[in-house]
Design a protein around this ligand. Structure first.
Ligand code: AMP
Ligand code: MN
Ligand code: MN
Length: 317
């Protein structure tokens, strides 16, 4: 069974790199930190590599052990978490050079790019998959480990509210609460509190929000200049795409953000009910989940907007 092979590979490896997708969200961060603690409990000394660590997650146990890069070129083992394809993997060189690779993920669009792939699209968060894995490893999920895992679950489920939340999600959370995990602190810090820069960006995206398709689609954006003006740091745009989805009658929320290259935008999409935004993002080389997905498109804001609205229109027909 795959999990036995995963344990064997971990036991054999002296050097292990733990990686996740670029622009890491709470699930990516929670997964990396949880795996780090779990491997340490198994007697290993893994490297947790995240090039840009979002400041809002610095409160989590093990956040101080994360490094932006490593001088080990060829790891015995590299583990990719919460990342659908190799292109999006932060630190992909460590993965490509590693002697053995493991992919653990919950994206339906996962391309199975590891030597060993453990992918469950039915899971609402990569962190929830880790619960099953660690239980299989017979590791005790104590307070620190539980806090990291719960961060991924809370952020990827939007605070237990998205479709895909399972009875196990609540059972597991109840168990953590019994063990002393501060569920309320994690909920607040990982999900509710905005950095000041995020709040400034929020004002701008609300101001610019446009409606299409009889009020069923919202579109808004931020540019490099906005991010500079509000002193945004990595991760400060997180959650902005949710604003459109919260408006009455809206079925699809589109938020685009300029990336380093002037003519390139990262698209984030959310949907409420019927529209599969992962299918739409897939048309542009991206992916994700039916209700939350992303991709990158070249062009000016107007060009990108036109391209994406056209595909959203087709999907809503
Ligand atoms: P985001 O809008 O960045 O929060 O992403 C929403 C969901 O889609 C997350 O689960 C991402 O991991 C996934 N996702 C975002 N961009 C891509 C992409 N280019 N390729 C595959 N999955 C993506
Ligand atoms: Mn993620
Ligand atoms: Mn995830």
């Amino acid at each position: 069974m795959t999990l036995d092979t995963i344990v064997e590979e971990i036991k054999k490896a002296d050097t292990i790199a733990i990686l996740a997708h670029e622009s890491p969200d709470g699930d990516a961060i929670g997964s990396v930190l949880a795996m780090g603690i779990a491997l340490e409990n198994m007697g290993k000394t893994p490297d947790r590599i995240i090039s840009e660590f979002p400041r809002k997650f610095k409160f989590l146990p093990g956040a101080d052990k994360v490094k932006p890069n490593s001088n080990i070129e060829k790891y015995d083992l590299a583990i990719s978490l919460d990342c659908a394809d190799l292109r999006r993997l932060d630190g992909k060189e460590y993965f490509e050079n590693a002697k053995k690779t493991i992919v653990i993920d919950h994206h339906g669009s996962n391309t199975m790019y590891g030597d060993i792939n453990f992918v469950n699209p039915a899971s609402p968060a990569c962190c929830e998959i880790l619960v099953g894995i660690f239980t299989y490893f017979e590791l005790e999920i104590h307070q620190d480990l539980g806090s990291c895992i719960l961060t991924g679950i809370i952020t990827d489920t939007g605070g237990f509210k998205h479709q895909g939340v399972t009875p196990e999600t609540f059972e597991f959370t109840a168990e953590l609460l019994r063990k002393g995990v501060n569920v309320s602190e994690i909920y607040e810090k990982a999900l509710e509190i905005r950095t000041k820069s995020n709040f400034e960006l929020l004002k701008r995206i609300c101001d610019r929000m446009e409606m299409f398709e009889d009020g069923k689609v919202t579109f808004t954006y931020i540019t490099n200049q906005d991010e500079e003006e509000v002193n945004a740091e990595p991760g400060d745009h997180e959650g902005l795409v949710e604003v459109g989805r919260g408006v009455e009658g809206v079925e699809v929320s589109i938020f685009i953000r300029q990336v380093d290259d002037e003519q390139k935008y990262k698209i984030s999409m959310r949907s409420t009910n019927n529209v599969n935004v992962s299918d739409i993002c897939y048309l542009f080389g991206g992916g994700g989940h039916p209700r939350a997905a992303g991709c990158t498109i070249q062009g000016t804001i107007e060009q990108v907007k036109e391209k994406i609205l056209k595909e959203v229109h087709n999907a809503m027909k």
